[in-house]
Design a protein around this ligand. Structure first.
Ligand code: TIU
Length: 233
């Protein structure tokens, strides 16, 4: 087994991690948020702002997958009877077509709907973990913490959408549970450029109050020489 401690230039300072105890988290890269014609676009959002993360995220996914890092995908959505959807959530926004209703890609944010699933470009492979979450944070009402602890994970490379909602909530939840999060600025996206900027600034402010921020290129440069993560403990 080779050297497992790796370092990546990051803000507010260098991120150091144990490659055997690190996982890639891909948050909510679902058709309803990201694809043209989905729920997100129907709400008037510019999905191209989210789609720009696909190419760099594909490169990170491929590199970390082939090096043997665990990959965990999440999806935001609910049971078909909406019993795990707070009525306050489905009522929010007074939408004519909202959660549970039939949208352009099937029932909106309902598990099993076409629009609820992960986009083709970032499809999970093999036995990669997929966490179905009812909330914005990936830890709330899910097995994520249990799964990470069983795999002895201590650091998370965080990607996905949206930067200020599900990514930020998840990073805060992870940080409170003792995980260290490295957020890839070009692999997280927001419909709103100002939220993208400030959501990233919030994470790395005050000495890295919730985590670290770097780019996919910096991460890839750090993990390539390490090759396979080898015998994970
Ligand atoms: N995944 C995620 O961020 N869900 C959202 O609802 N995000 C919004 O920005 N609306």
């Amino acid at each position: 087994m080779g050297e497992s401690r790796l370092r990546v230039p990051a803000e507010p300072y260098e991120f150091e991690f144990d490659s055997r105890r690190t996982a890639l988290l891909v948050i909510d890269m679902q058709r309803d948020f990201v694809d043209p014609g989905g729920f997100g676009e129907q709400l008037g959002n510019d999905v191209s702002r989210l789609r720009r993360v696909i190419a760099p995220l594909q490169r990170v996914l491929e590199a970390m997958r082939s090096a043997g890092y665990p990959v965990i995908h999440t999806r935001e959505g609910h049971l078909p009877d909406l019993s795990d959807c707070p009525p306050t959530k489905s009522a929010r926004g007074h939408l004519t077509t909202g959660i549970g209703d039939v949208g352009p890609m099937g029932r909106i944010l309902v598990r099993g709907s076409y629009g609820h699933d992960i986009i083709d470009e970032l499809k999970p492979v093999g036995d990669e973990t997929v966490i179905d979450k009812p909330g914005k944070g990936a830890f709330f009402a899910t097995d994520l913490d249990f799964i990470l602890r069983n795999r002895n994970i201590q650091s998370l490379v965080v990607t996905g959408v949206t930067t200020e909602v599900c990514v930020n909530t998840t990073v805060r939840e992870a940080n409170d549970r003792g995980y260290e999060c490295l957020v890839l600025e070009d692999c997280v996206g927001s419909y709103f450029p100002e939220f993208q900027e400030y959501a990233l600034r919030m994470i790395k402010a005050q000495g890295g109050i919730f985590g670290w921020v770097t780019s996919s290129d910096q991460l890839l440069a750090a993990i390539r020489p390490g090759q396979s993560v080898g015998g994970r403990v």
